[in-house]
Design a protein around this ligand. Sequence first.
Ligand code: N01
Length: 554
Amino acid sequence: MSSTQQDQRQAGAKERVNDFDALIVGAGFSGLYALHKLRDEMGLSARVLEAGDGIGGTWYWNRYPGARSDTSSWIYCYSFSEELRQEWQWSERYPQQNEVLSYLEYVADKFDLNRDIQLRTRVTEATFDEETERWEVRTETGDVVTARFLIAALGALSASNVPDIPGIENFAGDWYHTAEWPHEGVDFTGKRVGVIGTGATGTQVATELAEQADHLTVFQRTPNYALPLGNHPLDTEDRRRYKENYEEIWEWVRHNFSGHDYDLIGKNLQEATPEERERAFQERYDRGGFGLWLGNYDDLLENREANDIVSEWVREKIQERIDDPVTAEKLTPRDHAFGTKRVPLEAGYYEIFNRDNVKLVDVKKAPILEITETGLRTQDGDYELDVLVFATGFDAMTGPFERIDIRGRGGELLCDKWAEGPRTYLGLMSAGYPNLFTITGPQSPSVLTNIPVAIEQHVDWVSGAIQYMLDNGLSVVEPTRDAEDEWVEHSQEVAYATLFPQSATWYMGANIPGKPQVFLPYLGGLGPYRQKCDEVAANDYEGFAFANQKETNA
Ligand code: N01
């Protein structure tokens, strides 16, 4: 190498900034807002590292046919900028994947975020250096980046789960997981397609593939209580209505239980007459959306008798829509209480089973044995397939943290600390991992809410805590063990007072073999949770321990 080349390289290395006030991992809804907040509103140096070759998180990866939001578009977005709220025009009540992705790209352009986002950079390690009080982060591409604050904006449902079914390497056809869908799309014309999984994703993708494929086989382990989506285009008048009322709508969803545009009825089911109940259920069913789940009688998810009534009501609705009684019975959930598993929203899902080119296979009764060269073998026979689609979900909430080697004080690995289940305070931080904040992490309301609302609350709280540290010359923050122990206990107590933990769901870690069975999100409601976080902050961050700025850092 010539001396000129050497000089140039050294100059390049110097120019390449690799130390930041804040490092954000992930460029989805959380990471984008965190970057804007920390960089533009607080004036910190910040960088986002993102594994994908585009921004958008969930909406970048989940490009399967039929992918769309099942939350009303006017609240499935950011509220932090009035200008943005007024500018953006949603086309439907429930926007498709590409529309949500376009929205996030628009936000990134509008707030000039892209210049501080490094794409194609998967974070593999993050270690807290107790001497320098900084995080050292390593990436798959060999970068080493340091930062005082580390923000894990990893997404609660980003670690996809491909079940360990023997023989996948022998399959002569193509296979895909819905959350790692090829950008160029997949042509299903003339193909025999198998879909494994009937959750929110499986319901959406199967409905589309019934139209596109020559033949579709749906492999179902557990039937769900899917409810009508009730999608419709938005016209100028619809948009004017929500734009004029944005402040009011957002104040409501920020402080209610779920962050969605539903409120509980305000009384228990037993207090209503059978006629009243019927009317209430039918109205919600007809309107579409999560009303029957999140905006129904107050005790449905706590009281077994009340739940039995709504569960039976939904079962009858499902059965009415399917011609063949045997198929109808297979699609009818009887092993868990309505609403304790994530309720999928559907648009014509049940009717696909009335078509000649669609078959439903019950793989609980006759489990999947292996994948063969020509398809799938279950205990009751072979199914010939050209394409196999895994709609098999995620290693939810803790999975994304396990895929990174995260080491805190004393080199302790986060996933060792969490071996029996996550341990956090407020779902925001874990003791022994100073200055590491998690956005919509385990033990926060997260997946039980409308996620963008929960994200804004988290990012606002985290930036408030960082500002408090800057104002008071504090270098590190972490929860006390006592505060953390209390929160872990409280979050389980709240969950176990309901029917949720009685069902085998990903909320409980039950979908991943060997995962500890602990209720993962916080079930106390977004409004009460927000209030608790605000009180903690107002009480000088009660339950958190701070250290003073070292002289060398000052
Ligand atoms: O994943 P899931 P998902 N053999 O885990 C089955 C969000 N989301 O991607 O129920 C056979 O719910 C599994 O069976 P079982 C939303 O929060 C949002 O559908 O465990 N089957 C189940 O049927 C949602 O809740 C939108 O018995 C196997 C399915 O695969 C979350 O993502 C849209 C199996 C997995 O369902 C996850 O939903 C879509 C095996 N070995 C998703 N392993 C929006 O609209 C798993 N299954 C915003």
